[in-house]
Design a binder for this molecule. Structure first.
Ligand code: GDP
Ligand code: MG
Length: 329
């Protein structure tokens, strides 16, 4: 049975989407040995059944938390036929970081821009064609809790698992020179049959990911491998004058920031205020309406001053009169 993994930051709408895709065909359990909830369900593509797995919500594929480890182990070891990366569109930049890490492992990825309703409401515009051009993955916009776009997503999932979508390699996310060194290392690693995707191992070894390091240390070729890794890390660090882990992470963030700048337009509240005051200005300074509006405002000011001012003056007067009669010895 084909497997599809749903992955995304916490609260991006992953469970809503999972429910919408699988309906009542769900199974809830625990991941073996831990109490993190494991939800699997089924979705139909015509007569074929596809397995959908709701992975824990995570921000990145480092292995600092058990949730992160579960999610990344699933993608690396179970090799799903498709990874659906779900993004909260109102938080586009932060949410997109995870995608850059997933794309280092697999290019069989579909990007879901969820919370599209809230994005529209808060003035966020995403240029989808450009985004597609940059990331080279299919993109679907959804409002998961209302089922909007879920049909489109189902169609794309079915097309993908049936081989009707050609997934291509995305443009390099990490800077070209670093990526070249990582590819070199990946090529070298491919001689050793380490059992995990070589590009993933290469990048994680350069990042000194503790779990991947200890995994590779079990290989009988560990000596040779780490000698090569150390050389490459030294080359990168010499060239950039910083440690390799920071360089790679910074380059991913730079990529995400670049994409954000390129494809997302946010009508900020400041801008909308300016455009509102522009509109008001345009009416008030209009050649024909300007003077009448000015006179009207003048008249209203007079009305205000005498209409409200007079009674207040009267109250004050009588108040003062009362005070003077009661305090004057
Ligand atoms: P998860 O943590 O990623 O599993 O997110 P959930 O599916 O639990 O969703 C978090 C909250 O966002 C819930 O209250 C959902 O009803 C709501 N939600 C999910 N998708 C959307 C959406 O597209 N638009 C809006 N407005 N709310 C959504
Ligand atoms: Mg959830």
């Amino acid at each position: 049975m084909k497997k599809v993994a749903l992955i995304g930051n916490p609260n991006c709408g992953k469970s809503s989407l999972f429910n919408a895709l699988t309906g009542s065909r769900q199974h809830v359990g625990n991941w073996p040995g831990v109490t993190v909830e494991k939800k699997t369900g089924e979705m139909k593509c015509n007569d074929k059944v596809v397995k959908i797995v709701d992975l824990p919500g995570i921000y990145s594929l480092s292995a600092y938390s058990i949730d992160e480890r579960i999610a990344r182990d699933f993608i690396i070891k179970e090799k799903p036929d498709l990874v659906v990366v779900i993004v909260d569109t109102t938080n586009f930049e932060r949410n997109l970081y995870l995608l850059t890490e997933i794309l280092a492992i697999t290019n069989k990825v579909v990007l879901v821009l969820n919370m599209w309703d809230l994005a529209v409401k808060s003035g966020i515009k995403v240029r989808l064609d450009e985004l597609k051009e940059i990331l080279k993955v299919p993109i679907v916009k959804t409002v998961a809790n209302k089922g909007i776009g879920v049909g489109d997503l189902k169609n794309i999932i079915c097309d993908a698992v049936n081989g009707r979508i050609e997934f291509v390699v995305a443009q390099s996310i990490i800077g070209e020179r670093v990526q070249k060194k990582i590819n070199e290392l990946a090529n070298f690693l491919s001689c050793f049959n380490l059992g995990l995707p070589n590009v993933y191992l290469a990048v994680k070894l350069v990042e000194k990911d503790p779990e991947v390091v200890s995994y590779v240390k079990q290989s009988k070729y560990a000596g040779e491998i780490f000698e090569r890794v150390d050389n490459i890390v030294a080359e990168i660090e010499k060239e950039y004058g910083d440690d390799a882990t920071s360089i790679i992470i910074a380059q991913r963030y730079a990529f995400v920031h670049g994409v954000y700048k390129e494809v997302v337009e946010k009508e900020s509240t400041m801008e909308s205020k300016i455009s509102l005051s522009d509109k008001v200005d345009r009416v008030l300074t209009n050649r024909y309406l300007g003077i009448p509006i000015f006179l009207l405002l003048l008249y209203l000011t007079f009305k205000l001053v005498f209409g409200i001012g007079n009674p207040i003056a009267d109250w004050l007067n009588s108040g003062m009169g009362w005070l003077s009669t009661h305090t004057g010895d």
